[in-house]
Design a protein. Structure first.
Length: 211
């Protein structure tokens, strides 16, 4: 496991909210709100290395040189459907972010991820990209999403998950060693059904109330 390309965000606010998120008694409304809040806090760290440029600003007192994010900035790409729960939280921090969407399903015979929907910003090649999915389990869908996006840009790609399993992190690092993973927790393992243990259940069902 490449620890250089893995950041586990142990900020007390994130860890406190994550505890409530894991609780099976947390309802869909609160769950959605918490996913968004955690995504906002994680985005703060994941965007730490965005490039800056000088800009001249006139304050009420005088003119001065300040910093602003340079270039075409940032795009986020949620993996449907659970990744949608993280989008609004990032909008709160970066209102100008462009949003793409990617949908994947697992072929029942080959067990390989298949892309059924992919709509990305037209200028994706000029933007840093953060892929969003609350759960990084086996890593199959995540690695496939990175594959599909990499065909369209050679800029930096990051992956943001709230909870990750070691198996998923290993998969991404093997297939895409240049992709930095951000997560709020590294859990113990996957069970026989591919769920993260201790995890929080099916994030999509809990976000949209479909469990």
């Amino acid at each position: 496991m490449n620890m250089e390309n893995l950041t586990i965000l142990d900020h007390p606010l994130i860890q406190h909210k994550l505890s409530i998120l894991r609780d099976k008694h947390t309802g869909a409304k609160q769950f959605r709100e918490l996913v968004g809040e955690i995504a906002t806090l994680m985005c703060y760290e994941a965007t730490r290395d965005l490039p800056l440029e000088d800009v001249e600003v006139e304050t009420p007192i005088t003119r001065t040189v300040c910093k602003q994010i340079s270039g075409k900035k940032l795009a986020i790409v949620p993996i449907l459907r659970a990744g949608l729960g993280m989008v609004d939280g990032i909008y709160q921090l970066v209102p100008s972010v462009k949003v793409g969407h990617i949908g994947l399903y697992r072929d029942p015979e080959t067990l390989q991820p298949v892309e059924y929907y992919c709509k990305l910003p037209s200028d994706i090649k000029d933007r840093e990209v953060i892929i969003l999915d609350p759960m990084l389990a086996t890593g199959g869908s995540a690695a496939a999403a990175i594959d599909f996006i990499r065909k369209r840009t050679d800029r930096s790609i990051k992956f943001m998950a709230i909870i990750a399993a070691p198996e998923g992190v290993k998969k991404i690092h093997e297939k895409h060693p240049d992709v930095h993973i951000y997560c709020a927790a590294m859990d113990e393992k996957l069970n026989d059904h591919g769920y993260i243990v201790p995890g929080l259940g099916d994030a999509g069902d809990r976000i949209f109330g479909t469990k």
